[in-house]
Design a protein around this ligand. Structure first.
Ligand SMILES: *Cc1c(COP(=O)(O)O)cnc(C)c1O
Length: 433
């Protein structure tokens, strides 16, 4: 074991990592339910759902069966000129489940690619509609939309490290994000920056792109539904499309099946990914309206110009179908509501800790925001020693556990978060937690 871990350090890149870095890395040899099993036999309660994905937990018998059945039929065929039942069934399902008006489906192989596809759809739509000068995107700051170049260009310019790629990234238009707080009173003036940009530069703007209600990796911030409703109205008023990136929020995470439902709006283009396959295999989807699809299809060149090699991979589509069935046949709203209550109760003691700037919860998402960035090298092993898997970034210690987590495991998870944050904050002198 030691040798292959050493080889990992030497030659395998991890997300946002350095080769040869002296950070701890934990080898996983099994995963079942909400537990990850490490090579040394320790079991960790998973707080991350593998980055929003594993909503049903790991090694789920029905998920396994769906993939086994599909693999016995065929694992992949090209999607140019061929089709198959899993793709059509999943597309039908997604069109029915998502907010009204989203009727056509483009399958992509990762969230970032689905964002590229969404942006390309908006550009081709505006071009076909006779507005080729609309070539930019407007985005709130603090957003995260993925790591490919188009997606990066609409990520928060500071968190997204735009300066590193100056000259390579398209220059987009940013407005300050709404102040944080899902339940707080909303002041319509918060939409003024977006209105001003659309008034001044609307003729350049193809679409507004945002994450509805929950800004994820760009800061784990929640904002009021009225902001989203207002953005929808402004897009209509100024002829821009609205792209909602629900890659993180889709499939129940925020308490609604899709976060757009908090505001009762439909975007023109919707990106889905992450929990789409229950965390089994990579797949994403970009949905759009008939109006956008038909305008693109009747324009010049009259084709939508994207086609990934593994488009609509049958294994992935089968996983998507099984995951949606499992979700909808489960009491998921009750579960997410119970997790929300458990997170609120369990994380509340963190509010009083020195070094804690904020504690917030929405749906099955719990966040402790610190005043200073964590030191991963010391905090990560502490979580593992506490028997939980929590992967902080920057000033954020956050969890989004599988929906099947038990109240006991959730209590263990939140108690560990409070304890580890307490121990990690340098100014703490007592050992109360
Ligand atoms: C994770 C994420 C993406 C990127 O998805 P990948 O599958 O990692 O490419 C885009 N947008 C949001 C909101 C995400 O959370």
């Amino acid at each position: 074991m030691e040798t292959w871990i050493a080889r990992d350090r030497d030659l395998v890149w991890h997300p946002y990592s350095a080769i040869g870095a002296d950070l701890p890395i934990f080898p996983v040899v099994g995963a079942e339910g909400v537990r990850l099993r490490l090579a040394d036999g320790r079991e960790l309660i998973d707080g991350m759902a593998s980055w929003w994905c594993a909503i049903h937990g790991y090694n789920h018998p029905e998920m396994n069966r769906a993939l086994h059945e599909q693999i016995e039929d065929f694992s992949h065929v090209m999607f140019g000129g061929l089709t198959h039942r899993p793709a059509v069934a999943l597309a039908t399902r997604l069109a029915a489940l998502t907010p009204d008006g989203l009727e056509t489906v483009f399958f992509a192989d990762s969230g970032s690619v689905s964002v590229e596809v969404a942006m390309k759809m908006a550009l081709q739509y505006q071009h076909a509609r006779g507005e080729p000068s609309r070539r930019r995107f407007l985005a709130p700051r603090n957003g995260y939309h993925g790591d490919t170049f188009g997606a990066m260009s609409v990520c928060d310019p500071v968190n997204g490290m735009h300066t590193l790629f100056t000259g390579m990234l398209a220059e987009q238009i940013f407005v300050d994000a709404p102040a944080a707080g899902f339940d707080r009173p909303f002041d319509a003036r918060e939409l003024e920056p977006m209105r001003r940009q659309l008034e001044a530069r609307g003729h350049e703007i193809a679409a507004v792109i945002l994450e509805p209600i929950v800004q994820g990796a760009g800061g784990m911030r929640f904002y009021p539904p009225d902001y989203l409703r207002g953005a929808r109205k402004l897009c209509d008023e100024f002829g821009a499309l609205l792209i909602c990136d629900e890659i993180a929020t889709g499939f129940g995470r925020s308490g609604k099946l899709f976060a757009c439902e908090h505001a009762g709006i439909s975007p023109d283009i919707l990106c889905l990914g992450k929990a789409l396959t229950g965390g089994y295999i990579t797949l994403a989807a970009t949905l759009t309206t008939r109006e956008v699809s038909e305008t693109i299809s009747s324009g010049n060149p009259g084709l939508f110009m994207h086609g990934p090699t593994f488009m609509a991979n049958p294994l992935a589509c089968s996983a998507g179908l099984a995951s949606i069935d499992i979700l909808l046949n489960s009491p998921w709203q009750q579960r997410v509501g119970d997790i929300e209550a458990g997170l609120r109760a369990g994380l509340a003691p963190a509010r009083d800790l020195p070094g804690v700037a904020d504690v917030r919860v929405l749906g099955a998402i719990g966040v402790i925001e610190l005043e200073e960035p964590v030191e991963l090298a010391t905090i990560q092993p502490r979580f593992v020693d506490a028997g939980v898997w929590v992967r902080p970034f920057g000033r954020l210690v956050y969890v989004m556990p599988p929906f099947v987590i038990s109240p006991e495991d959730l209590a263990t998870l939140t108690a560990a978060m409070v304890r580890v944050v307490n121990a990690a904050c340098p100014r703490v002198t007592n050992g109360a937690y």
